[in-house]
Ligand binder design. Structure first.
Ligand code: ZN
Length: 403
């Protein structure tokens, strides 16, 4: 598979997590005996434009229609959306004459924060999570965003002053078509704001469990500059965010329409100093990933042989990557506790670990609980302690440790 941004055909494959089922493909009890479809999960570096990407893309129809994640269930995410929207309204003087579009709008949580400011809103999302927008009363088009859909939106709603795409821009398979559609859809002074997992955090904090089939690209700023340039857009500002373990927020506008903040060049310098444009950085990363797997397995096997009970906290996509790559199944992890009603009663893809209600943790009091949603570890630990859990927590990455 060639580079999504520059088209380079020869990519440097630095990490393989093996064949895995899609990490959000939870199974119903009656599906457990059927074979699961798996796809390669491998990361490559483009040595021309420095983009990091998967070398295999699963058909989006298979990944996103039955999406079992809903934004409104995550408190840190909600807070981050509220901040983002309030900043956008203030900074770009958004008013009732402006249209704000959110691509990958999920249950409409982000868009709901525009409400007090009277900004016109529209969501676009293909997944079943959009069923919840009816309750939230958010106008939503249930479809994949594309250049073709963009033309339809312009006809019906006009152009948008703000287009946001949070945690979705790295998931789009037809990237060029997507960016072309965004450019068409923006007003002349419009801004495209994307927030995606940041490669620098990913490498530094060893977030290999953020690798899953939906997540096709692992962005740093420099390759994105090259991407936007192809479409007459330029990056005018950037920030680092803290949700999902570290994100990059990128503001792009039509060339020459907005001043460019110094922070853009500064962050590219930081990336260069960190080694994001060097092959060795990725070779070292892969070696650290393998070491982590061995260390985590050793810890879990040791505790299990002492007769301890171990469970998992949360059933996020990243948890499945980790459990599948480290080959930790029900013989080690008895069950995963979840709050999301969409997942309770199902089984994790690959390892087939049952997903149960959170209250089981307080009843069974297992000796160890692996924090699979480490990105909200602090929030979870204090909440579960308050709930009465008395066992110990295991943080799996960057170095497995007991707390
Ligand atoms: Zn490239």
């Amino acid at each position: 598979m060639p580079c999504y941004i520059c088209g380079e055909k020869k990519l440097y494959k630095f990490l393989s997590l093996g064949q895995q089922p899609p990490s959000d493909a939870f199974l119903r009890p009656k599906d457990l005996s059927k074979p699961e479809t798996t796809y390669p999960l491998e990361l490559c570096l483009c040595e021309s434009c420095h983009l990091v990407q998967l070398n295999y893309a699963v058909d989006p129809e298979k990944l996103f229609r039955d999406y079992v994640y809903n934004t409104g269930s995550n408190n840190s995410l909600k807070k981050s959306f509220a901040n983002l929207v309030n900043n956008l309204v203030k900074r770009f003087n958004l008013s009732e004459n402006d249209l704000a579009i959110d691509i990958g709008s999920n249950d409409g949580t982000l868009l709901s924060y525009y409400r007090p400011h009277k900004v016109k809103i529209l969501g676009i999302d293909p997944s079943s999570a959009t069923k919840l927008v009816l309750a939230n009363n958010i106008p939503t088009i249930v479809d994949f965003f594309s250049r073709k859909l963009s033309a339809k939106v312009i006809k019906k709603y006009g152009q948008a002053k703000i287009i946001t795409a949070t945690n979705v821009f790295a998931h789009v398979k037809k990237l060029d078509d997507f960016v072309a559609g965004v450019k068409d859809l923006l007003t002349d002074d419009g801004i495209f704001v994307s927030e995606s997992g940041y490669l620098l955090d990913f490498i530094e904090k060893l977030q290999y469990d953020s690798i899953y089939h939906e997540h096709l690209r692992y962005y740093s700023l420099k390759p994105l500059e090259i991407l936007f340039k192809k479409f007459g857009l330029e990056i005018i500002d950037t920030e680092r965010g803290s949700i999902h373990g570290g994100t990059i927020i990128v503001y792009a506008a039509k060339v020459g329409k907005r001043p460019i903040a110094n922070r853009v060049a500064e962050l590219i310098r930081q990336e260069e100093n960190f080694g994001l444009y060097k092959k060795e950085t990725f070779t070292n990363f892969a070696a650290r990933v393998k070491k982590n797997k061995l260390a985590l397995r050793k810890l879990v096997i040791e505790k299990k042989s002492e007769g301890k009970m171990i469970v998992g906290i949360g059933a996020p996509a990243k948890g499945n990557t980790l459990l599948n790559y480290c080959n930790l199944g029900v013989e080690y992890v008895s069950y995963l506790v979840e709050k999301s009603r969409l997942k309770i009663g199902l089984y994790s893809p690959g390892q087939h670990i049952p997903v149960v209600e959170e209250k089981r943790l307080f009843i069974d009091q297992p000796d160890y609980a692996i924090l699979l949603s480490w990105n909200i570890a602090q929030e979870l630990i204090s909440k579960l302690r308050r709930g009465g859990y008395r066992g110990k927590f295991i943080l799996p990455t960057p170095k497995p440790r007991i707390i």
